[in-house]
Structure formats: C-alpha cells, structure tokens
Design a protein around this ligand. Structure first.
Ligand code: NAG
Ligand code: NAG
Ligand code: NAG
Ligand code: NAG
Ligand code: NAG
Length: 391
C-alpha cells in the first residue's frame, strides 16, 4: 500500500492574526443553560491509535469510546466537551492516516450533536503526526470549537479563547482560555543521527504575550473583568512544587500516584515512548505569572500525569519557586482513555460554572458511573475537609 503523502502537504494550519479580538459574533455562540449554568466535561489523555497492528490496539479505542459514552450518559447537562490533550498517541501512528483518528475520537460527540474544544498534548506531535494536521481534521466539523489565534511559528496550535454568553450577546458571562503546552517531536524531522527532534514542552513566550494583550483588550472592550477558567495539557510547575509539600487526602482529595509528577519543561514523563530531552529550568514562569496576573481567573485544568487527579489552591510561595500564589486553583483532570500508561479507573473531570457565583463546582465522573472527589473551589478550598478518594 502506498502512503498518500499528498494529503499531508495539502494541510496548512489556518491561522488568525494575533490581534485576536473580536471573534465574529456568530449565532452559534456558547450560552449558559436555562438554569444559568455552564457544565464542561473534560476528557484528558484519550491516546487513540496505539498499536494498530495488534488486537489490543483497536479494541482499546473502542473501550475509550465506551468511557466517553458512559460519562456523557451520566452527565446529561454538559454544555461543552473539552479534549485536554493527548487525543492521539503520535509515536504509534502512520503518516498516511495519522490524523484520521480525530474522526474516531469525536464520533461520540458528533452522534450526540455536542460541540467540543481541544488543547493538544505532547503525544499529539510526532514524526508521523502534526498538530496542524489534527487541527485541519477537527476543523472539518462545525461542532469543533478548537481555534488557532496565535500565528507565531513557535506557538503550537491550540491557543485561543471562547466566550460564554447569557441571554444577550454583548458581554460574556465567562471566558474559556485554551493553551498549547507543545512537546513531543517535530513532524517529519529527524536529527543527523536519525533521531526524532523534540519540541519544547511549555507554553511559549509568544503565547504569553498574546494572552496578556488579549486579556487586557477584552477587559477594556467589555468594561469589566469577565470570570474565566483555563485549560492546558501539561501542568505548571506550581503543581509539582505543591505536590512536594504533600497532597492531603482530605483537603485535596484525589489519586496522587504520579509522584513526582511531570510538569511543563520537565524531562520525559513516566511511560512515555518517544522521550524528550528537556529538564525543568523555569520555562513556564512567564506563563504562570500571566495566569496569576489574570483577574477573574478561577481555575486551570491540566492532564498529562495520568496518576494524579487532585486540585489545590495556590495561595503561598512554595518551596523552590520565585512566584507567590494568589488563591488560583489548579486541578488535574482524570485519565480518560484506555491508551497511555496506567490502569486507574478511567473517568472525566466535570466543571460547573454558575452565573453570579464565584465558586466552581467540580467532580470526577468515573466510567463505572460513580462520582469521585467532588469539591467546591471556593475561598476555603484547601482548608475544607472532604472524604478521601479510593484509587
Ligand atoms: C435545571 O435545573 C433543574 C432542577 O434542578 C434540573 O432538573 C435540570 O436538569 C436543569 N437543567 C439543565 C439544562 O441543567
Ligand atoms: C511513519 O509512517 C510510515 C508509513 O505511513 C511508516 O512506514 C513509518 O514506520 C512510520 N514512522 C514512525 C517513526 O512511526
Ligand atoms: C491507518 O492505517 C493502518 C494500516 O495502514 C490501519 O491499521 C489503521 O486502522 C488505520 N487507521 C485509521 C484511523 O484509519
Ligand atoms: C444540533 O444542535 C444545534 C444547536 O446547538 C441545532 O441547531 C441543530 O438543530 C441540532 N441538530 C440536530 C440534528 O439535532
Ligand atoms: C466552601 O465549600 C465547602 C463545601 O461545600 C463548604 O463546606 C465551605 O463552607 C465553603 N466555604 C465558603 C467560604 O463558602
């Protein structure tokens, strides 16, 4: 079978200028539901496309679709699905059809007429798979809300925001921010020694600049701070620094089995195949600073570390860090796919935003239908006591 290389060369990342506002106010905007709520279901680390030449590879993707369907059957008030990185395991895919896995990943949402928004992870870039290719495939669907708002060549692809409106269309009730923490290997590049060429695995300065500029422009345009939440595949270093001080089973309920966790700028994570050569050197400090500087930002949600699913309130100067937290909540999602390392019960983090409420409700819906680690991210999160979670 001869690979159809031409498909890949036909794909060009469509980019929008960095002077990012406004998105055309289409009729198809996201809106609060009749109760003034907006629920998000986050699927992290689905890892489709592993070992297609075996029996278990294709079977595994069927099981991952089972997780998605089970979660959405139980969470029928979800307004938006978030795919928070590692949709595909790029190091296992073939050049001729690597982006076709996108169609398999989104099939349950298409079937349910639900829209989704993605960030891309480190496994979404490899010798045979490109982020631009995934974006082009997603963009064939009207239901995809994934965008590319930063055209700088080092930015990655999935950097954008989405407004969520109430009844009127003038000022959004919430903003959803999506960032690309890059990583993996560059598409179709080999070193002179024939090795894959690793891509930096942190949010780039060009994206931080766009974020700062766009956030200020939006605040000016709307005449007020719009509350927001953010999504990025790889966690920031504050999560690693907090974990080193001890995650409390009652105050930060969740599994905490990837310890130490792998954060932006860190070396290869547990169980990764392609490997990167970066060592943590504070590469995400500008990004963390920008998050702290964002008034109204309630929480940031990451994936990547399949064995962790807790949230913590960053409200101090953690050991080894130059930045001081201001009460921002940082959360892991839950490993959703049968692909990727680990056999913790698969699930999906749910996030409930409510008009006029400062607090964010969040819980993990597991594949077996049960709920794990339900907490309220409010002013006393981190002091309140919750039941511990069984892994
Ligand atoms: C609105 O709230 C009612 C009562 O709690 C609930 O039954 C219904 O499912 C909610 N609707 C949505 C869209 O969330
Ligand atoms: C890339 O895909 C081609 C065929 O599509 C395959 O022959 C090759 O082994 C793959 N390379 C890697 C590094 O996965
Ligand atoms: C990609 O091609 C391989 C064989 O070349 C096949 O096993 C696999 O099912 C294909 N995947 C998709 C998503 O089309
Ligand atoms: C899908 O949802 C959109 C709005 O979200 C609606 O306009 C359209 O009619 C729905 N399509 C189907 C087939 O239900
Ligand atoms: C935060 O939520 C928890 C759990 O619902 C509750 O016990 C606590 O009193 C709340 N704190 C504040 C300040 O509302």
């Amino acid at each position: 079978m001869s690979p159809v290389y031409s498909i890949l060369f036909a794909i060009a990342a469509s980019t929008v200028s960095t002077s990012a506002i406004p998105i055309s106010e289409s009729k198809d905007v996201l809106r609060l539901d009749a109760n003034g709520s907006f629920q998000l279901s986050i699927f992290s680390d689905l890892h489709y496309g592993e070992a297609e030449d075996t029996l278990w590879g294709p079977e595994q993707d069927i099981q991952s679709a089972g997780v998605i369907n089970s979660v959405l059957d139980n969470e029928h008030t979800t307004s938006l699905v978030v795919l928070n990185g590692d949709l595909i395991t790029g190091e296992n895919t073939f050049l001729h059809n690597s982006t076709k896995y996108v169609d398999t990943v989104v099939a349950p949402f298409v079937q349910r007429n639900m829209s989704w928004a993605s960030t891309y992870g480190n496994h979404d870039s490899d010798f045979n798979l490109s982020r631009a290719g995934i974006f082009a495939e997603e963009s064939k669907y009207k239901l995809s809300r994934t965008k590319n708002m930063v055209s700088a060549s080092d930015a990655g692809v999935s950097n954008y925001y989405l407004p969520v409106y109430g009844k009127d269309c003038n000022v959004p009730e919430f903003l959803l921010w999506f960032f690309d923490s890059r990583g993996g290997n560059y598409f179709q590049q080999k070193s002179s020694a024939g090795k894959p060429v690793p891509q930096p695995n942190w949010v780039s300065q060009s994206v931080v600049d766009w974020f700062s500029k766009t956030r200020s422009a939006l605040e000016k345009k709307h005449g007020r701070v719009v509350p927001s939440v953010a999504f990025v595949h790889m966690p920031v270093n504050a999560m690693a620094a907090f974990q080193a001080t001890g995650v409390n089973a009652n105050r930060e309920p969740g599994i905490n089995d990837d310890n130490p966790l792998a954060q932006q700028g860190s070396a290869t994570g547990q169980g990764e195949v392609s490997g990167t050569t970066f060592t943590y050197g504070g590469q995400d400090i500008p990004f963390m600073q920008a998050l702290l500087d964002t008034k109204g930002l309630k929480a940031v949600f990451s994936g990547h570390d399949h064995g962790d699913d807790w949230c913590f309130k960053w409200n101090s100067k953690l050991k080894g860090m130059s930045l001081t937290g201001n009460g921002l909540d940082l959360c892991f999602g839950r490993h959703s796919g049968y692909g990727g390392y680990g056999s913790w019960t698969r699930g999906s983090r749910q996030v409930l935003l409510q008009k006029g409420k400062k607090d964010v409700e969040t819980w993990v819906r597991l594949e077996d239908g049960s709920v794990s680690g339900r907490v309220t991210l409010n002013g006393t999160y981190g002091q309140d006591s919750y039941p511990a979670v069984r892994s």
